[in-house]
Design a protein around this ligand. Structure first.
Ligand code: WTA
Length: 652
């Protein structure tokens, strides 16, 4: 692998394998050749009025929009004057036609229950639960926390909020009480929807218990609605908590979808940033829905009979945009599962694909690397011939993992769409068109319609082919975030501060001679652990909140399975002694305050941390040490040089 001396970005120039879509696949796909892709992409950039007027016809509008875009950088409004409802688009319009009795959600619980919910049934469930929300005085604009296992009721809760215009904020079921508390405080939520528990790897995750801990001492939450899933013992707080199934007894299934403004908020989803607390990414109604509807249709080249399986939890943006909204907006059958890929055995995914005849499978590189490790026999045990298209998201997919995915899972037959996007972008931004784009392992290839992506240097000039730079988006797009909830200055600075009117993604990238985008990773202090974003500073704050810890610095180390592993350098308070036991205690403390994914893989005690004279921790040096590399680059700004030697000595 060659290094580009100018910018130290790895070059994959040796990657010369090209995989053209098979003719049989292209023949029946929506975009059959590159000329069509290029024509539509050009139109979307040069004549957005024409492109988006046609594209927006994919949705059902309760009132037609009159103005496409109002762009007062960095604030955008799309489809002004329009009235629309996400739940109406995902449900009502399908039940008026032949999809009425089509499966909307196919679900498998970890203990093995199977449920198939038709569009008609899902519509009824959502209407009834929307009435439960109204009955509990939850109304348009109110923020509602959803902290649920991966059961269909998680989607029902989201769609019911969307139906009445309440703003949901889903908190991943793997997060701890502290994370819930922070998100409630930041969003000003007044209600929580949760379950008694959920299943993961044979144990029950005590969701309601975590909610109780999060709500201790606060009066902000007026109502907690609890779905009975795992039948574990829970506490019901009189006057605050109600059972989902009891509430259903009081309502009917008649709940018209509210006519919402295009720009009414749909959800807030928290994601990690490089500094401070998680950011509440705010998405609104029409633009987001159109973005996810259009990308699901074209990137996954949807067919009426597809069984579409996006393996993401609804706690992440991928679960929002593809498991729930994108799939249902298209009237597709979306598969949901509860549990983990290797429980009860490492073939859970392959068995599910075979059992339900999954046709489109969308997962993350971290899972793919784990499958490679567990061995091909688990895959080969099952008949995967129903698959026709594979997808990847969350981090760069290494060319070798891509090849394995292609060969072993896709039987060298299925195209792979490597999709680049972010919580902030709402929907897929860079991806192959499976029937048209020749793929190369490791690149997300070319921008989706309406996306003006570029790789630029610090002065905003496009860099030549194969030179690394910052990935930016030079035009607003419909499904973009509208702000960071409650923090416009941070929104402006974080995403629009580098170049006027351009969105900074925080990712580094390069384009090859064919214009394909190769993402090389984050340029800010954000870790990508198993496809999940973690801010180094969040983990540091959690470490420092332990009674024995004085100071902490967190860096990523390349990890074969997880992409990055979390390495923490920790200095202890006077009196505290480094020990294996303390190390374990600190690790559990982080898991307790953020969640198990943030638990450091490695904690290194040290007497001091390398700092600049202005007191900034020099993470670059720690990264080298954590990865076992020799220290490269400039150390002249280091305040106390002996710290480095001591850190390395500690390793030995
Ligand atoms: C990374 C997940 C390379 C990237 C949808 C981005 C990727 C961050 C890819 C967003 C990909 C996501 N190739 N890198 N196909 N997809 N990323 O907000 O660094 O959880 O900025 O959204 O994941 O993570 P997020």
């Amino acid at each position: 692998m060659k290094k580009n001396p100018a910018n130290n970005i790895e070059s994959h120039l040796h990657e010369s394998r090209v995989f053209k879509p098979h003719a049989a696949f292209s023949k029946t796909s929506l975009i059959r050749d590159m000329a069509t892709y290029r024509r539509l992409h050009r139109e979307s950039i040069e004549r957005p009025q024409v492109f988006w007027k046609r594209a927006s016809g994919e949705l059902r509008w309760l009132k037609k929009w009159t103005k496409l875009l109002e762009w007062k950088p960095p604030f955008a409004k799309w489809f002004l004057g329009g009235k629309i409802n996400v739940s109406d688009n995902c449900l009502d319009r399908h039940i008026e036609g032949p999809r009425r009795n089509k499966a909307a959600i196919i679900w498998e619980g970890e203990p093995g229950e199977k449920r198939t919910i038709t569009y008609q049934q899902l519509h009824r469930d959502v209407c009834r639960f929307a009435n439960v929300l109204l009955r509990n005085k939850i109304k348009k604009g109110d923020r509602v926390i959803i902290y649920m296992p991966m059961i269909p009721e998680a989607a029902v809760a989201m769609l019911a909020c969307a139906r009445i215009g309440a703003v949901h904020s889903v908190v991943f079921g793997g997060f701890s009480a502290d994370s819930i508390r922070d998100r409630i405080a930041d969003s000003g939520a007044t209600a929580v929807i949760t379950a008694d528990g959920g299943y993961r790897r044979g144990t029950i995750v005590p969701l309601k218990h975590n909610v109780d801990a999060a709500l201790k001492g606060s009066k902000a939450i007026k109502r907690v609605i609890v779905f009975r899933r795992a039948h574990n013992d829970i506490h019901i707080e009189e006057g605050r908590d109600v059972w989902w199934h009891r509430e259903l007894e009081y309502v009917d299934a008649n709940c018209p979808a509210a006519a919402l403004d295009s720009e009414d908020p749909l959800f807030i989803l928290y994601t990690s940033g490089s500094t401070g607390k998680p950011k509440g990414i705010l998405h609104t109604t029409a633009g987001y829905l159109l973005g996810v509807a259009l990308t699901t249709k074209y990137v996954f080249d949807l067919k009426e009979a597809d069984v579409f399986w996006c393996t993401a939890d609804v706690g992440w943006v991928t679960g929002h945009s593809y498991t729930v909204y994108g799939a249902l907006a298209n009237g597709a059958t979306s598969l949901m599962y509860e549990g983990a890929p290797n429980w009860p055995d490492p073939d859970r995914f392959w068995r599910i694909i075979a059992d339900y005849g999954v046709t489109v499978f969308y997962t993350a590189p971290t899972a793919i690397r784990a499958f490679i490790k567990w061995g091909d026999t688990w895959v080969n045990k099952h008949d995967l011939s129903s698959l026709r298209l594979l997808g990847s998201v969350g981090e760069p997919i290494n060319p070798e993992a891509w090849m394995w995915y292609h060969r072993v899972v896709g039987a060298s037959r299925c195209p792979i769409v490597d999709t680049w996007w972010q919580t902030e972008t709402g929907s897929i931004m860079i991806s192959p068109m499976p029937g048209a784009t020749p793929c190369k392992p490791g690149t997300a290839t070319l921008p989706f319609f309406g996306v003006d992506a570029a790789v630029v240097d610090d002065n905003g000039r496009e860099v030549p082919a194969d030179v690394g730079g910052k990935l930016v988006i030079r035009k607003p797009w419909p499904s973009m975030l509208r702000t960071i909830y409650g923090d416009k200055p941070r929104y402006r600075k974080q995403y629009w501060g580098d170049f006027k009117g351009w969105y900074t993604t925080g990712d580094g990238a390069r384009r090859d001679k064919d214009g394909y985008f190769w993402i090389v990773g984050r340029i800010d202090d954000v870790l990508n652990v198993a496809g999940h974003r973690l801010g180094t500073s969040e983990v540091e704050s959690a470490l420092v909140s332990h009674e024995s810890v004085a100071e902490a610095a967190v860096v990523g180390r390349p990890d074969e399975l997880k992409g990055q592993a979390v390495v923490a350098f920790v200095t202890l308070k006077t009196g505290a002694k480094p020990s294996g036991e303390l190390r374990e205690k600190i690790r559990s403390h982080v898991a307790h305050s953020i969640g198990a994914i943030a638990k450091p893989d490695d904690i290194r005690f040290s007497e001091a941390l390398p700092k600049t004279r202005s007191g900034k921790i020099m993470r670059r040096l720690l990264k080298d040490i954590a990865s076992g590399n020799s220290i490269t680059g400039d150390t002249t700004t280091l305040e106390d040089f002996s710290v480095l030697t001591r850190l390395r000595d500690d390793e030995a």
